[in-house]
Each structure stands twice: as C-alpha cells, then as structure tokens.
Design a protein around this ligand. Structure first.
Ligand SMILES: [Zn+2]
Ligand SMILES: [Zn+2]
Length: 382
C-alpha cells in the first residue's frame, strides 16, 4: 500500500502550506543523520529510510499540482487502478475536465476517501525535552536523569478503556467486524464498498462501562524518569533521539521517541568553536618582549606553554589535542590561545620619565615589523 504522506509528516489533511512546511522541518530535523550519529547501524538505517520518506512526502505536499493529484487519487501521479495499470498510469494525461467525475468514482472505490484503517497500529507522538548541561559535561559526556510526562497505556484496563471484561460488548451495527458495507451509485453502476463502522469507530466493540482510571481512553499521563548517557562532544542546540521513550503508540503501535535538545552553559574562560576551544591570554609587555614559559588551564589539567620572545598582540598559539572530543570519532580539537598584550597603567612620574627616555632611545634602532610594513604601504598609497 502506498505510504500516507500526511501521516509521514504528522499533519492533518486540512493542514495549510505553512503547517506542512513547519511539520517537514520538524520531521527532517528529527530523522536527520546528524541526530543518529551515535546510534546503532540498524537505527541509522531506519532513520535514513524515514528521512527519505519525509523528503518525498514534502516534495509532493509542497507542490500544489502534485498535492491536488495526491489528495484526489492517493498518488501524485494521478489515478491508480487497483489491480491493474502500472505506477504512473494516467489515462487523462493530467488536467482534463474529468477530475470531479473520476474523483467520485475513486472515492466510491476507496470507501469515501477514508480507506485508512482506524485500528491499524500507529506510532505514538514524540516528546521534546530540553536538557541543560554545564560546559564540561558537554565536553566529556555525562549520564543525566531526565524526568518528563508522557502518555502511557492505562495499566488498570490494559489499554482497553473498559471497566472490566463484561463491559465490552460486540458492536451491534457491524457485528464485530469494524466495517460496514455500503452501496453507492456511480457512473459505472452500483458499487459495493466497505466503510469503517461509525458506531464503534472500527474497533468492533462497544464499551458500556469505562475504566475509572483513564475514563475510557485507555491511556494515562504519567511522569517518567530515565537515565540517558550523553556522549562527549555534544554542543549547544544539538539533539539526541532516545527511541521508544515518547508517548504510547495507538492500537499496539510502538512508542514515539524522546528528543533531547541540549543547552550548554558557557564557560568562564573557554569559548567553543566546533571542536576547538578558544582562550584569550593576556600577557605583560615584558613577557611579550622577552618571552616566557607559563601555565595555562585546559579542560583537564593545566599545561605549560612557551611564549616566544617578540610575541605580538593577536598571535594565536595552538595547543594540539586540548580541545573537545569529536562527537563521532575518537579525535580531539585544539586549544587556540590568542595573545592579548596588556599595557601597564598608573606609572609613577619617575617610572614614566625613565621609561620614555629608555623607549625613545630604543625606538631609534629597534625593529618594528608591523609599523614598518604599514609605513611602507602608507608611502605607496593609491
Ligand atoms: Zn484504563
Ligand atoms: Zn461497529
């Protein structure tokens, strides 16, 4: 059977173009390969399949012509004859005036357009939760307890919605079949079609007394706590899908997923840039001129770095492998240290006098690369 594009995107048939668009974004995000970076191969393959379905469904539903054809015939390629005709068989070449007549016939074939079985298993809805991590938790990974509310099958009635076994009766209208036969007059003669029984909604059963705990719904909202391992290297805004932890499915369908969205608190010193970390390191003029060997913090233990003599303001020094672990591979980013040369303030009169004298003498025969480069450009300015 053809896939239901509306189901795939999780929208109603009456959804507007904007609704369809935002549903597409949501679903594409959900099944995006990035999200499954740390999942098993089987989960990856399933997500990839769903991702493709979502893209195809959106390609059809976002195109007004294809959408109209799909709404009318259940296929973006026009009418499909059950049991005959290949895919894409369209006797009208599209866009003739027969649309309405044929839509009547086809709706008769398909039982009033609602051929979907209401008793078919359907996956439950996803739940999105936000989890805040501190900077190091995101860098090193952590186990987090997450508490959220979800819909579960009512344990009192085991999801039936009935008070007890004796309050479940066979539907009198359909005799328990869940479907009723109706006759419809069409261009091609009288057609017998099956429709979902409107009395029992297709379940074939009528419940006389409801379960008191779920008031007949078969489903209850419950608080749940799960502990999830968060891999090292997650960044702000990234998502992790925990399969099967979402709302209960319908008619025995599987649970939806729990989608965890990470918020990562900033660090007081490090700024993250992909897997690299950035650190601003202020040094004195003396350190800049003469060089120094100093200790700097990293995510784990401090390391010593060499500041070469003559280090200029803005110089970036790299400490390899002291960044953040890659989410997918066992490799690490680097720590990028930007040198900020500080200038002394509040000098005494005596210090200022002595320093000025000293520097003015120095400047006469010292080498200032950047100043000279700039002066040269200035002389040749166009
Ligand atoms: Zn119940
Ligand atoms: Zn019935």
């Amino acid at each position: 059977m053809a896939k239901d594009y509306y189901d795939i995107l999780g929208v109603d048939k009456k959804a507007s173009a904007d609704d369809i668009k935002s549903a597409y974004r949501r679903m594409a995000k959900k099944y995006h390969p990035d999200v499954y970076a740390t999942a098993s191969d089987k989960e990856k393959a399933e997500a990839e399949e769903k991702f493709k379905d979502v893209q195809h469904a959106y390609a059809v539903l976002s195109d007004p012509q294809k959408k109209a054809a799909y709404d009318q015939y259940g296929s973006e390629e026009g009418p499909q004859f059950a049991g005959g005709g290949g895919a894409g068989f369209n006797p009208f070449g599209g866009g003739s005036g027969f649309g309405d007549i044929f839509s009547d016939i086809f709706s008769a074939f398909s039982g009033g357009g609602s051929s979907r079985n209401p008793n078919a298993p359907r996956m439950g809805d996803d739940i999105e939760v936000e989890v805040t991590l501190n900077f190091k938790e995101a860098c090193f990974g952590v186990k987090k307890e997450i508490t959220f509310n979800r819909i579960e099958k009512c344990s009192t009635c085991n999801g039936t919605g009935a008070k007890d076994a004796s309050s479940v009766k066979i539907c009198t209208k359909c005799g328990g079949r869940g479907r009723v036969t109706v006759q419809q007059r069409t261009m091609l003669g009288v057609m017998q079609t099956e429709k979902v029984c409107d009395m029992c909604g297709g379940s074939g059963k009528i419940i006389t007394d409801s379960c008191p705990d779920c008031r007949g719904k078969g489903r209850v909202r419950k608080q749940r706590t799960v502990t999830i391992p968060i891999p090292a290297g997650v960044d702000n805004g990234q998502m992790l899908t925990v399969r099967n932890e979402g709302n209960a499915g319908y008619n025995g369908g599987e649970n939806g997923n729990l989608i965890v969205v990470f918020r990562v608190r900033p660090h007081s010193m490090f700024v993250r840039n992909g897997n690299d970390l950035k650190l601003d390191l202020p040094i004195t003029i003396t350190q800049a001129v003469f060089g120094d060997n100093i200790e700097i913090p990293t995510l784990d233990k401090p390391v010593r770095i060499e500041i070469p003599a003559g280090t200029k303001n803005g110089t970036v020094l790299k400490v390899k492998g002291k960044g953040v672990k890659d989410l997918r591979r066992n490799s690490y980013g680097d720590l990028m240290i930007t040198i900020k040369v500080d200038v002394p303030k509040n000098l005494s009169l005596k210090q200022r006098k002595e320093l000025r004298q000293y520097f003015e003498d120095l400047d006469k025969n010292a080498q200032y690369d950047e100043v000279e480069k700039y002066q040269k450009k200035l002389r040749n300015i166009e």
